[in-house]
Design a protein around this ligand. Structure first.
Ligand code: GLY
Length: 388
């Protein structure tokens, strides 16, 4: 608890990952005085590990209709978002309209892929069945053992590390303040509304509103009242970053994003590839394991044998911020005035960046925000501890 402090900022953002930076940029454009606090360097969490798939269609799940609509909305905003960042920040965020091929290696996977195709047709999403020869005509380096394919022409990619650089530059250009190495130790409030935050060195930073955009760490900030807390947990993803030493832009190893059960490969325009990713519930552990790397390379090599000739540039694991219903928490808490969230993006943080920024910044400026399905209040606990 704390008495109200003099306000130097309308909004303090906790976390300089993609969601926090994107909201900060948009909020500043709406006239708010914004300070972003980052304990490490910008993008140090999941944003630097993400492969950057913009994949609402491939990731569609029958039970997550609101999330699908949000993802499709954000995918439509992506071309303008990338253009605007290039203009404002002078940074190309690597937005590539390559489309995605989803691949099956055996009969079980082929049957599962048929079901996925059926679901996408029922949802009105574009996806076409590909015979093995058709898949190999699109991607000649695919193994002859590919059993079935799905062409998903509307799922693309961007480069999350370039996106972090672009958002930092865009924030700087419009006057967002960014402090790195600033560890937020506590949310300050008077029981009814937010007053600001306390930093590790004891400094108190006053603000009219605080946005929690701390990824997998969003539930861990002391001071958030229990009924205003969003139960975000970390889901570990190990990735392998590869580089083609003999890269010829006219003959890339693969041009599409490739997906299969348990993995994906995202090619960049410069001959680099991101191979991902495990899904592991191991708390805040980010160690790379021999088994994780082995399985990723084994599965990818089965589908695209030439991949095993690439050079390994980096092995890196990150923590997806997951909520109990896999959907993000976007907007104001009903339990504490001035507390806002942009977190819980799980597998879709890069895809959802434009829509998160627009909707959360709109609500911060007093306009309509995200649909109720994404309210942080859906996780509120009753006095007995049950979910509301
Ligand atoms: N977006 C893919 C992943 O989270 O691994």
């Amino acid at each position: 608890m704390s008495s109200i402090l003099p306000q130097a900022h309308d909004l303090v953002v906790v976390g300089a990952g993609v969601p926090g930076l994107a909201v900060a940029w948009r909020a500043r454009a709406r006239g708010l005085r914004v300070l972003v606090l980052e304990r490490d360097v910008p993008g140090a969490g999941a944003s630097s590990v993400a492969a950057g798939m913009l994949a609402p269609v491939s990731e569609a799940d029958a039970g997550e209709r609101a999330l699908l609509l949000l993802g499709l909305d954000s995918a439509r905003r992506w071309p303008g978002f990338a253009d605007e960042l290039r203009e404002v920040a002078g940074v190309d965020v690597g937005y590539r309209r390559t489309g995605t091929l989803v691949l099956a290696r055996d009969r079980d996977e082929a049957e599962a892929l048929e079901r996925e195709l059926d679901l996408r047709r029922r949802l009105g999403l574009r996806a076409e069945r590909l015979r093995p020869s058709q898949a190999r005509a699109l991607e000649p380096a695919l193994a002859p053992t590919v059993r079935l394919g799905l062409d998903v022409p509307d799922d693309h990619s961007a480069d999350p590390r370039a996106l972090v650089r672009a958002l930092c530059a865009a924030c700087d250009a419009v006057g967002v303040q960014l402090r790195t190495g600033a560890c937020v130790e506590e949310l300050l409030h008077d029981g009814a509304r937010v007053a600001g935050v306390r930093l590790g060195d004891g400094e108190r930073v006053a603000a009219g509103a605080v946005l929690i955009a701390a990824g997998a760490w969003s539930a861990a900030l002391p001071g958030i009242p229990a009924d205003a807390r969003v139960p975000v947990r970390p889901v570990k993803g190990q990735t392998v970053r590869l580089r083609d030493p003999g890269f010829d832009p006219a003959r890339p190893l693969c041009a599409h994003i490739l997906r299969w059960e348990g993995g994906y490969l995202v090619p960049r325009a410069d001959g680099r590839h991101v191979l991902g990713a495990t899904m592991e519930e191991r708390g805040f552990d980010t160690a790379m394991t021999a088994l994780g790397v082995h399985e990723l390379l084994r599965d990818a090599g089965e589908l695209l044998p030439g991949l095993l000739e690439l050079e390994i540039e980096e092995l890196i694991a990150g923590l997806r911020p997951a909520t109990p219903d896999n959907a993000p928490a976007l907007g104001a808490s009903g339990a504490l005035r001035g507390l806002h969230y942009a977190t819980g993006h799980h597998r879709n943080g890069i895809l959802l960046a434009p829509v998160t920024a627009d909707l959360v910044a709109a609500e911060l400026a007093g306009e309509e925000g995200a649909p109720r399905a994404f309210s942080p209040d859906r996780f509120a606990r009753t006095p007995t501890g049950a979910a509301a």
